[in-house]
Design a protein around this ligand. Structure first.
Ligand SMILES: Cc1cc2nc3c(=O)[nH]c(=O)nc-3n(C[C@H](O)[C@H](O)[C@H](O)COP(=O)(O)OP(=O)(O)OC[C@H]3O[C@@H](n4cnc5c(N)ncnc54)[C@H](O)[C@@H]3O)c2cc1C
Length: 114
C-alpha cells in the first residue's frame, strides 16, 4: 500500500480544515487523516445547542458528508489511533490495522504479541 505525502493526526475540525485548505490551495499531494473517532470531522458547538435541541440532525453537524472526503482524494481513516510518531524517520504507527506509514510505503507490522 502506498505511503502519504501529508499525514494529519486527528479528525477534528482542525484536522479537517487542514486537509480542506490544502486542497483549496491547490495542494495535490496524497493526504491521510487518521481519526480516532468513528465520525468524519464535525462541528462540536452544535452538540450542546441545536443538535441537543433537535433543531439540527447529525448530517448538519458534519463538516462535510462522508463522501466529500473521498471526492477530495483524502483518505479518512476513522476509528484509528496514531500510536507513535517517528519525526526523524517520517513515519507514524497506526492502530487499525496495526501498521506504519511514511512518505514511501505503508507496511503491516507484525501481529500483536499474545
Ligand atoms: C460539546 C462541545 C461544545 C463546544 N462548543 C463550543 C462553542 O460554542 N464555541 C467554541 O468556540 N468552541 C466550542 N467547543 C470547542 C471546539 O469545538 C473546539 O475548540 C474544537 O473542537 C477544536 O477542534 P480540534 O480539531 O482542534 O480538536 P478536537 O475537536 O478535540 O479534535 C481532535 C481529534 O483528534 C483525535 N485524536 C486525538 N489523538 C489522536 C490520535 N493519537 N490518533 C488519532 N486521532 C486522535 C480525537 O479523537 C479528536 O477527534 C465545544 C466543544 C465541545 C466538546
Amino acid at each position: 500500500m502506498a505511503g502519504y505525502e501529508n499525514v494529519i493526526v486527528g479528525g477534528g475540525l482542525s484536522g479537517g480544515m487542514v486537509a480542506q485548505e490544502y486542497r483549496e490551495a491547490a495542494g495535490q499531494g496524497s493526504v491521510l487523516i487518521v481519526a480516532g473517532e468513528p465520525h468524519p470531522p464535525y462541528h462540536r458547538p452544535p452538540l450542546t445547542k441545536e443538535y441537543l435541541r433537535r433543531e439540527k440532525g447529525l448530517d448538519d453537524v458534519y463538516m462535510h458528508p462522508a463522501e466529500w472526503w473521498a471526492g477530495q482524494d483524502v483518505d479518512l481513516r476513522l476509528n484509528t489511533e496514531v500510536t507513535d510518531i517517528d519525526a526523524a524517520g517520517h513515519s507514524i504507527g497506526i492502530s487499525s490495522p496495526r501498521a506504519r506509514t511514511n512518505a514511501w510505503r505503508f507496511s503491516p507490522l507484525p501481529s500483536e504479541p499474545t
